[in-house]
Design a protein around this ligand. Structure first.
Ligand code: ACM
Length: 758
């Protein structure tokens, strides 16, 4: 019987890479949980089930297929506990065949055929074989395919050549094994470019042999705020760097997974860690420490020949470690204050006939670009490099929205889209109260999915300049691996689909995600469940009850809830619309896809007091200058409280408060370090007249300039978290309440935790 089957495989698989022999039988139309969705998927009859004696077959001497076979063997061992033999045989001699084949056209392209008799993956390059194997592994890890992968004929190739993820290892540092874990996942999403942000004001993270102080000095900064918990004390510096050996290990690990590592060495700005290490290469003439402040620090490199020698020496070592065609040189947010003030920089500009500092940056970047060109590499930089004259060969990474990409592509530069805030994964993905701290602009799974890497304003004949897109993991608010996972997964899946697939299908994507979430968990990844988790909202109702409204971000799944404190199950009451509960009640809820819980259950304890309380997350901000969700360095009951605050305008609104007969108010406040470098934005900080040294919290009626209802001095809070009481004068009717903190944010920041009315 087995012999016969193998012959049948030879007949069906050997025949043709692109049209499998149609065998009789019915086609299984259960959805395939593939992410990114392949270009063409045609369902065919039959199923293929692997067994302990299934072989992985490669042609004799096909070393590329042999390497991929070894990788596939490892994945199957992890998924199924079977170690399949890899054997040499004629392509199409049964089992799982991998074949290098010129007939499959396109870089990274592959075909995958599954029939009752076997599997065949064909490509003209090793990367294509690898991606074909990834697709087969995805089919194999779909729980619906436990009894065999259904018959399918897939023809696939990527839409874009640059499918990237940027990791910032400067603001916070990741271990080599964490980065390898990330690279594993990138590969399984068919992402192929790991952009590694290795230097910045807050840390130089790559060993450079010729300049040891870059890591002796530049890899450590003072621990501030939550970093104190990472280092073990405020006198313990935050340090870390990668040796050249470790960086090479990461390059090799990535290469095995068909990922190119593009290193980023920032210049001429974001240079403070380097300038702190070697002050003579700085333009400011001041001794600086490695920065502990997030934002725009103003240290710039000098423009003399000695500084270029330094940068070229650094790039020599960088190029020796990283074989990538592209070398990223930053170029963003280079505040020109130091160049404006420096006599030597001004003299240099005069000698070059350059009349402004932005053009001087162009000259600087062009000089580095020439150096890279001479070494057979290409410069890529953030879109500020367009502000000067850069070589046509320079590639532009657009982060200030998509404007840079449009301008650059229309001018004939290659571009990569990494627009802020859309593809900035340090932006939070929901407004759930249990989201970690971070930047709260709300870049949801759907925001990422809806992003098309080719903006419509790029002329059709210039669209070819769009190499692709990448998401960024800037790490000011991603201090550890847990937070990175939460930020990256599953939004990375949306990025993968948009950079690989020409087809978009949001609802289909959502339906494919539950299986992807289970793949994450099997790989030891803790993904965010924010797209599915239930948000529980409440408001007072008649008769002393509360009205409860449930929702989830994507609208996917059936929402189910309990009111007796028990965990929600697939049998719990299905939510059909707002409902009332008596007080007190704890509502617990989850979203289900059949029997599968899509998220962790969420709960909300509702009582008379909670209905009169708002956390800073539940209040409105008075403006939108620089809103953050910040964590307290100190834990309360084992958790660090998170505060939503505009660090340039400490002002919150509670809209539509029924004040009849109420007068007691309690506010919880806290005091956080103010470690922000705001550069010119400093001028926009809102300062309010304080009456006392510690300042006050004022409550105003209707507007922030409206009648002052009460003033609560902050001195009593000393220098940390405290709950302070006040009294509101008697008011009738519904009013907005504005809460302002007097004084000026910095060098410490008062924040509002919550407001309780009585
Ligand atoms: C950037 O976010 N400054 C590239």
């Amino acid at each position: 019987m087995r012999r016969f089957l193998l012959l049948a495989v030879a007949a069906s698989l050997g025949a043709c890479a692109t049209s499998p022999k149609q065998t009789t039988g019915t086609v299984d139309n259960a959805p395939l949980s593939l992410i990114p969705m392949p270009a063409q998927v045609q369902r065919t009859p039959g199923h293929f089930r692997i067994a302990a004696d299934t072989k992985i077959v490669v042609a004799p001497g096909d070393v590329q297929a042999r390497r991929v076979a070894g990788q596939l063997q490892g994945w199957i061992r992890q998924a199924r506990g079977l170690t399949l033999d890899i054997v040499e045989g004629k392509a199409g001699s049964g089992g799982i065949a991998l074949a290098t084949e010129a007939a499959v056209k396109g870089r990274e392209a592959y075909t995958l055929d599954v029939g009752s008799a076997g599997v065949r993956i064909a490509a003209n390059d090793e990367t294509g074989l690898f991606y074909g194997a990834v697709t087969y592994w995805q089919l194999l890890t779909d729980p619906n395919a436990r009894n065999g992968v259904p018959g399918v004929h897939i023809v696939d190739a990527p839409r874009f050549e640059w499918r990237g993820l940027m990791l910032d290892s400067s603001r916070h540092f990741q271990s080599v094994s964490e980065i390898e874990h990330l690279l594993d996942q990138m590969a399984m999403h068919k992402l192929n470019t790991f952009h590694w942000h290795l230097t910045d004001d807050q840390g130089w993270r790559l060993q450079i042999e010729k300049y040891p102080k870059l890591t002796e000095v530049g890899a450590c900064r003072k621990a501030v705020g939550p970093d104190v918990a990472l280092t073990g004390g405020k006198d313990e510096p935050y340090c870390g760097f990668y040796t050249q050996e470790q960086a090479k290990q990461i390059v090799a690990y990535a290469a095995e997974r068909h990922i190119t590592v593009v290193p980023e060495i920032e210049m001429p700005g974001h240079a403070q860690a380097a300038v702190a290490s070697y002050p003579k290469f700085g333009a400011g003439g001041k001794k600086l420490a490695v920065s502990s402040d997030w934002g725009v620090n103003t240290a710039l490199y000098n423009v003399d020949d000695g500084t270029f020698t330094f940068l070229q020496d650094v790039l020599d070592e960088v190029m020796a470690i990283f074989p990538s065609t592209y070398i990223h040189v930053g170029g963003d947010e280079a505040a020109k204050d130091e160049w404006e003030r420096s006599k030597t920089v001004q003299a240099k500009m005069k000698s070059l006939g350059i009349d402004d500092e932005e053009k001087m940056q162009g000259w600087f970047i062009a000089r580095i670009g020439d150096y890279l060109d001479k070494h057979g590499r290409r410069l890529i930089g953030w879109d500020e490099i367009l502000d000067g004259k850069v070589p046509a060969s320079a590639t532009v990474m657009s982060w200030r929205g998509t404007e840079g990409a449009i301008k650059a592509a229309n001018a004939g530069h290659d571009v990569v889209l990494a627009p802020s805030p859309t593809l900035y994964l340090d932006q939070l993905q929901s407004s759930l109260p249990d989201e970690p701290p971070g930047r709260p602009s709300g870049q949801t799974l759907k925001t990422i999915y809806d992003f098309d890497p080719v903006p419509t304003a790029i002329a059709p004949d210039k669209a070819k300049h769009v190499l692709g897109a990448e998401a960024t993991l800037f790490s000011e608010y991603l201090p550890n691996w847990y937070r990175i996972q939460h930020a990256a997964f599953p939004r990375m899946a949306a990025l993968a689909e948009r950079t690989w697939s020409s087809r978009t299908d949001w609802h289909g994507f959502l339906a494919r995600l539950p299986v992807q979430m289970s793949r994450y968990r099997a790989a030891g990844i803790v993904p965010a469940d924010s797209a599915f988790a239930v948000a529980i909202a409440d408001e007072p109702a008649m008769g002393g009850n509360a009205k409860v409204t449930l929702s989830n971000q994507t609208g996917y799944g059936t929402l189910r809830y309990t009111t007796d404190g028990s965990a929600p199950t697939p049998q719990s009451t299905a939510y059909t619309g707002p409902f009332e509960v008596p007080l007190p009640t704890t509502v617990r809820a989850n979203a289900f896809d059949g029997q599968f819980g899509l998220a962790g259950p969420r709960d909300r304890s509702i009582d008379a007091k909670s209905l009169l309380r708002r956390t800073s997350d539940e209040l409105d901000m008075c403006g939108n200058k620089l809103v953050l969700r910040l964590e307290s360095p100190q834990a309360v009951d084992g958790q660090r409280p998170v505060y939503k605050v505009d660090i340039m305008d400490t002002c919150w609104m509670w809209k539509g408060v029924k004040l009849d007969g109420r007068y007691g108010i309690a506010v919880t406040v806290d005091r956080l370090p103010y470690n922000y470098a705001l550069w010119k934005d400093v001028k926009g900080i809102v300062s309010r007249k304080a009456r006392t040294a510690a300042g006050e919290l004022e409550v105003h009626q209707d507007t922030c300039d409206g009648p002052k209802l009460t003033t609560i001095p902050l001195a009593k809070a000393k220098d940390g978290r405290a709950t302070l009481n006040g009294i509101l004068p008697k008011r009738e009717g519904t009013h907005d309440l504005c809460f302002v903190i007097t004084g000026k944010p910095g060098p410490k920041l008062w924040v509002l935790g919550d407001v309780q009315l009585r």
